[in-house]
Design a protein around this ligand. Structure first.
Ligand SMILES: [Mn+2]
Length: 301
C-alpha cells in the first residue's frame, strides 16, 4: 500500500511510477493519490515535476539530473493516476495521503467521477467562493503589505487574510484530504519568509474515531536535511502512534528531502553512497511496526 506522492524531485520518477503501477496491476499493491499526482493530472507545473509536465525544461538536467517521462509514459502515467482512489478504507484501517477529514470523505463518497474531474469541479466552485474573500483580504492587507516579508514589522491580527487563506486550502474537499487542513490563527506568525495568518491543523491530535489511519504528506523532522522546518510531531517518539487513541501512523520520514541531501553532498564532498537522513518507511499491519527501507524495524511504543 502506497500513501501517494510517488513522484517529483527524485532522480527517476518514471521508474517509481512504473513500478507502483505494475505492482497494482499485478494485484499485489494499492495506492492512494497524493497532491503531487494531482498536480500532474491538472497539468499544474510545480517545482520538481517538470520530469512529466515539461520534459524539455532545464530543471530536469540542471537541478535534479533526473529521468524524464517519454511521450507514451506521459499518457500512461496520467491514465494510471486517474484510476487511483483518494482514500481507502476497510473495517480496521483507513489510508489517505494527508488528512482523514470526515466531512470531505463523506462528500467525496457520494461522487463517482475520477479524482481529477472531482478536483477541478470543486476548484471551480472554490474560485467563485473565494472571489469575495479575496477582496476582503486585499483590503485588510493593503496598509500592511510593505511589512509582509519583514519579521520585525508589528503585524496586527488580520482575520480577513486568514479567512481567505483558510478558504483556499479547505473549501475543496479533495485539497483537504490530499494537502491537509489549515485554520485561521488568532495571532499572525512569521514563517519561511513572510507573515502567516493561517496555520496547519494538527488533525491527528483531533481524530477520535476507533479506526486506525495511515497517512503521509507532511515531512517528519527526523533529519537534518529538513532542519528549520517546524516539527509537527515533536511530542511523539519515532515508534509512537499518534492521536488521542494512538491509532494514527504518519509514515513520511522525509525521503522526499533527499534531493536536498544529494545537492548538498556535491557541495560538501560527502560520498554518494553515504546513508541518507531522509528515509523511506512502511508500516507493517496489524503488527503496527515501522519498517525502513534499510531494514531497520521499529516496534510500536
Ligand atoms: Mn504530499
Amino acid at each position: 500500500m502506497f500513501v501517494g506522492d510517488l513522484c517529483d524531485r527524485g532522480p527517476d520518477s518514471p521508474a517509481v511510477v512504473k513500478l507502483v503501477s505494475e505492482l497494482r496491476s499485478a494485484g499485489v499493491a494499492q495506492c492512494v493519490l497524493g497532491n503531487h499526482e494531482i498536480n500532474v493530472l491538472r497539468g499544474a507545473q510545480k517545482h520538481g515535476n517538470a520530469w512529466i509536465t515539461k520534459p524539455e525544461h532545464e530543471e530536469n538536467t540542471h537541478e535534479y539530473a533526473c529521468a524524464v517521462a517519454t511521450p507514451p509514459q506521459r499518457a500512461t502515467f496520467a491514465a494510471f493516476f486517474r484510476t487511483l482512489p483518494l482514500a481507502l478504507e476497510r473495517a480496521d484501517l483507513r489510508v489517505v495521503h494527508a488528512a482523514w477529514d470526515a466531512d470531505a470523505i463523506a462528500t467525496l463518497r457520494t461522487l463517482d467521477d475520477d479524482c481529477a474531474t472531482t478536483f477541478t469541479r470543486f476548484e471551480e466552485q472554490t474560485i467563485a467562493d473565494l472571489a469575495r474573500l479575496l477582496s476582503l483580504k486585499q483590503a485588510a492587507l493593503a496598509p500592511h503589505r510593505h511589512g509582509l516579508r519583514d519579521e520585525t514589522y508589528a503585524m496586527p491580527s488580520l482575520p480577513d487574510v486568514g479567512a481567505y487563506e483558510q478558504g483556499k486550502q479547505t473549501l475543496n474537499p479533495v485539497r483537504r484530504i490530499t494537502s491537509g487542513l489549515e485554520r485561521t490563527t488568532t495571532t499572525p506568525f512569521f514563517a519561511t519568509g513572510e507573515w502567516r495568518f493561517c496555520d496547519r491543523v494538527r488533525w491527528w491530535n483531533e481524530y477520535t474515531d476507533d479506526t486506525a489511519v495511515v497517512f503521509g504528506h507532511y515531512w517528519r523532522v527526523a533529519s537534518a536535511a529538513i532542519k528549520g522546518k517546524v516539527d509537527l510531531m515533536a511530542e511523539y517518539g519515532i515508534g509512537d502512534w499518534q492521536g488521542p487513541k494512538r491509532n494514527l501512523c504518519w509514515v513520511d520520514f522525509s525521503v522526499g528531502a533527499r534531493f536536498r541531501e544529494r545537492r548538498d553532498r556535491v557541495r560538501t564532498g560527502t560520498p554518494a553512497d553515504a546513508p541518507f537522513e531522509g528515509r523511506l518507511a512502511a508500516v507493517r499491519w496489524p503488527e503496527r511496526a515501522l519498517v525502513f527501507a534499510d531494514g531497520e524495524v521499529v516496534e510500536p511504543s
